[in-house]
Design a protein around this ligand. Sequence first.
Ligand code: ASP
Length: 280
Amino acid sequence: MKLIIHGGFFSESGTNQEVKKAKQEALATIAEAGYTFLKTHTALQTAVFAVSLLEDCDLFNAGLGSQIQSDGKIRLSAALMDGKTERFAGVINIEDVKNPIQVAEKLLPLQDRVLSGTGAKDFAREHDFPYFNPQTPQRKMEYEQKLQNSVRLGTVGCVALDDYGNLAAATSTGGKGFEIPCRVSDSATVAGNYANNFAAVSCTGVGEDIVSSALAAKIVTRVTDGFKLNDACEKTLNELSTYDGFAGIIGIKSTGEIYHADTHPYMVWASYDEVLEVFS
Ligand code: ASP
């Protein structure tokens, strides 16, 4: 039984120790809560649970406190993949909901499993997800200052392995911030979030780079074909260097092997495996 969560990258890591500490503390609390939950729930249920807690924490760029797109609107993307059934579900650029990962969960048993924009919002309302404005004063201020260069702040993700050997991955994001309206993030694609019976991977970083490399799906495929998780992650991440790609990952293998990308010093993550570890 194992669980890893990540809080994405954040630009203040090197300069703002207070924010860094707050994120580490939040990750520690959520990793611990997730691990306790995993004792009595499946990997899939736990991935949704942990990502919902991360979405509710305004320190991260997912759910509450998400980045604002260039037209002033917040659009959220989230995806979930069940390693056991190899079903993927997601919402892309959904507006006015609190927990997009839970809308993705609602889509998982259906035939039509990835919805975007107003279709996703209509689906959410039909399934009793109430109106919620995820904007915080902090994000509004950043938007108003047009901090075009503010680094992608804190997408969130979780990969979990339960007692029955099932794997799951969940990822949620508010996107890059100041992007062209309706730009599609990697997070609700198989490049950013993927799981099967062999491995589960959640990514963060530059969505376009992650999509170009089909990062999560490629790593899981390599593990399925016999690679060690560490080798699959390292090889695939190295391939990003051909176009100067920027990404971080968390991964878990059915054997319990874990991978946490220390590919960038500003990525925050925490794992729980009887003992809590928090890093950035
Ligand atoms: N991957 C996300 C995106 O490009 C951003 C992030 O991970 O921080 O939308």
